[in-house]
Design a protein around this ligand. Structure first.
Ligand SMILES: Cc1ncc(COP(=O)(O)O)c(C=O)c1O
Length: 488
């Protein structure tokens, strides 16, 4: 493969440059028939917004430039097969589960997975056996599962057809998976990894190893999150004797559109091209800029900017976790304050605000962030008396995380879809079975899971999130005054 080329992108450009005439879809005809209001902004990209005409291959039956681009990606990321996804890692999670489980099959699943995993379980009619992650008390967020609890669950459910985990989590926190992968393989079943937030892993010496490198069987990565693809551009990588690739392809053809976006696919191709061309040098500058940033914010008192955790966990260098040192200042407060300065973060929770950087982040961007944090400090410092010492303080009482106690679904997921349900007040819902997920978004991890018995602690936690202005998905009542429960 010529490193100077991005086969799919090059082909698209050559079509446009040849002065081709379009008597096919899309109807905007390379931009000529596009809304005049948006034409100027969309113009360049519409030139390559094409369809499956000869030479441009077909995502669902690739044999030309798309196959070439996917094969290059597979080589770059260490897979036997790589599939381009045009609907994000959401599709990858659905396809991984559908390809692994038949109706009624058990699968061991990390409890704090993204909602798309739960949707995949519902579509596959699989039976999840949840494993709770360990909490990270200094940050008040859920971490990873550990080997001991997985070992115990595998012993109890030796008939499980696979293990599904997320590594890293949204905050870029994860663990070395080697031991866990070896354990799962000793049961001769595959390990499926949602690595949506780790598409760049393994590509620079300061990044953690990728889960494929560590031996995972099938892995989805959101190339659009920490690498450089357009939004929705993701990749699904396979290297396994346990995964039936034909079955996987069949499901991908069912759940991906029959009109995949060429600009998105080409952006995946260009991402691989750029990484191959520049190698680790792509990130050298941002890693250096981050060193400077961390020095600038090192003396903050109200917030602590985390770039290291205890040795059980790694922390992705491209994630900046701004952790509040004071109960009166939530992560959401930090986020809102920065928004007034036109600085937009990825997410915030009760204790933390999270920003993501990439090689597209400049010195100036990081300076605005550090200046913004110092402004918060100066504004609040006189009104706050109890600044905590982060190294010794565990935030959030354990009660906050009761929702992570070992609760399995009381009823199969798909049965809930067809059951009679009703909306009840939060207080009334306690003790009933949840017929909807309650998902703070971001990060999109359900706090209340379908089929779980609703506890007082979960309701208290949800009320606290709501009061702090956290947004929810999955719920019927937009204001979360009522919850949908099984009508039993
Ligand atoms: C852990 C995790 N997995 C999967 C997804 C879905 O990824 P995508 O947005 O690429 O569909 C997300 C989205 O935020 C996520 O956080």
């Amino acid at each position: 493969m010529d490193k100077a080329n991005a086969p799919l992108f090059d082909k698209l450009v050559s079509y446009y440059q040849r002065n081709s005439i379009s008597f096919h879809v899309p109807g905007h005809k390379m931009g000529e028939g596009f809304s005049p209001l948006g034409r100027k902004v969309y113009q360049e990209i519409l030139k390559i917004d094409m369809t499956e005409i000869p030479g441009l291959d077909d995502l669902h039956q690739p044999e030309g430039v798309i196959l070439e681009a996917e094969q290059r990606a597979a080589k770059l990321f260490g897979a036997d097969h790589t599939f381009f996804l045009v609907n994000g890692s959401t599709t990858g999670n659905l396809a991984m589960i559908l390809a692994t489980c038949q109706p009624g099959d058990k699968i061991i699943v990390q409890r704090n997975v993204h909602k798309s995993v739960i949707h995949g379980l519902m579509l596959a009619r699989a039976v999840p056996i949840y494993i709770n992650p360990k909490m990270i008390p200094q940050l008040g967020i859920a971490g990873s599962i550990n080997k001991e609890s997985l070992e115990q669950t595998l012993r109890t459910h030796p008939d499980a057809k696979g293990v599904f985990i997320m590594n890293p989590n949204y905050y870029g926190i994860g663990i070395d998976l080697k031991e866990i992968i070896d354990l799962v393989h000793s049961y001769k079943i595959p390990i499926l990894v949602d690595e949506a937030h780790g598409a760049h892993f393994g590509l620079h010496p300061s990044f953690p190893s990728s889960s494929l490198e560590m031996g995972a069987d099938i892995v989805v990565q959101s190339t659009h999150k920490t690498l450089f693809a357009m939004t929705m551009g993701s990749m699904l990588h396979v290297r396994s004797k346990y995964i039936d690739v034909d079955r996987l392809k069949l499901y991908l053809s069912m759940i991906q559109t029959s009109s995949p976006s060429y600009p998105i696919m080409a952006s995946l191709d260009l991402t691989c091209h750029w990484i191959e061309k520049e190698g680790k040098g792509l990130w050298d500058n941002i890693i250096q800029l981050l060193d400077d940033f961390y020095q600038k914010v090192d003396q903050l008192k109200i917030m602590r900017v985390k770039h290291r955790l205890d040795r059980r966990y790694f922390l992705d260098p491209l994630k900046i976790i701004i952790h509040s040192q004071n109960k009166k200042v939530s992560g959401v407060d930090i986020q809102k304050y920065l928004e007034q300065k036109n600085i937009y973060l990825e997410l915030a929770d009760l204790y933390n605000a999270l920003s993501i950087v990439t090689p597209g982040t400049s010195y100036q961007d990081l300076k605005r962030l550090s200046d913004g944090l110092w402004e918060i400090e100066q504004t609040l410092i006189n009104s706050i008396d109890d600044i905590q010492d982060i190294e010794n303080t565990e935030v959030g009482s354990v009660d906050h995380f009761i929702f992570l106690n070992n609760k399995q679904s009381k009823i199969s997921l798909e049965k809930i879809l067809y059951s009679k349900t009703r909306l009840v007040s939060l207080q009334e819902s306690i003790g009933k079975i949840a017929a909807e997920m309650v998902i703070p978004y971001p990060p999109g991890i359900p706090v209340l899971q379908l089929g779980e018995e609703i506890t007082k602690e979960t309701i208290e936690y949800l009320i606290e999130l709501k009061d702090k202005g956290i947004r929810f998905q999955g719920i019927h009542d937009h204001y979360l005054q009522r919850i949908k429960v099984l009508d039993q």
